[in-house]
Design a protein around this ligand. Structure first.
Ligand code: ZN
Length: 194
């Protein structure tokens, strides 16, 4: 909270059209590996800036709210996140985009909530996942600054989902009831039937 996203957002703007990066799909061993810690020096490279720009572009283009480097074939402890309202979730506030580098969750609230999650590495699927309501998270941003943030609600859920990716964990591992696993099309059909 209280983080000024705009001040550090210059590399997060897309100045020209890019290609979306292909997303690794479940079954790919990179999604099960612990991602390598990002050295501070990497943040100064063109490779880093280009990777982050392409990840933000890809996340937006495919309608995701988060994308971790292993999902684009890079075993690096970094992810991009941007929360915004969607037809399924008109209540969400706009947060981000942010880059989280070498993130760590320092505290989890006892209170947890169940909600639907999807993943760009499980195209077309949704499942109910329990997550802590509030977390205290620490990460390095794209300028090398250490940020300590309290996140709550769906924003906290995105952090937990993306940080799991950096530890080789995917959302289906966190599901308590596999019977909720569904395609997005089926979920929409059920919601609109009511
Ligand atoms: Zn995911």
């Amino acid at each position: 909270m209280g983080v000024n996203y705009k001040a550090d957002a210059n590399i997060l703007r897309n100045h020209h059209v890019m290609k979306t990066l292909p997303r690794t799909q479940f079954g790919n061993p990179i999604l099960r590996a612990k991602a390598k810690s990002v050295p501070v020096g990497f943040l100064k490279t063109k490779e880093f800036k280009s990777l982050v720009r392409q990840m933000v572009f890809t996340m937006r283009r495919v309608g995701g709210v988060g994308l971790a480097a292993p999902q684009v074939g890079r075993s690096l402890a970094l992810a991009v996140m941007e929360m915004r309202k969607t037809p399924m979730r008109p209540d969400l506030l706009h947060r981000g985009p942010i880059v989280i580098i070498n993130p760590k969750i320092l505290k989890y609230s006892q209170a947890a909530a169940d909600d639907w999650e999807g993943c760009l590495s499980f195209t077309g699927a949704r499942g109910v996942v329990p997550r802590a309501e509030t977390i205290l998270v620490r990460y390095t941003n794209e300028t090398g600054k250490t940020i300590t943030e309290t996140a709550a609600g769906f924003w906290a859920r995105i952090f937990q989902h993306e940080i799991d990716h950096l530890n080789g964990v995917v959302y289906v591992d966190r599901m308590k009831n596999m019977k909720s696993l569904t395609t997005l099309a089926e979920l929409k059909r059920r919601m609109w039937q009511k």
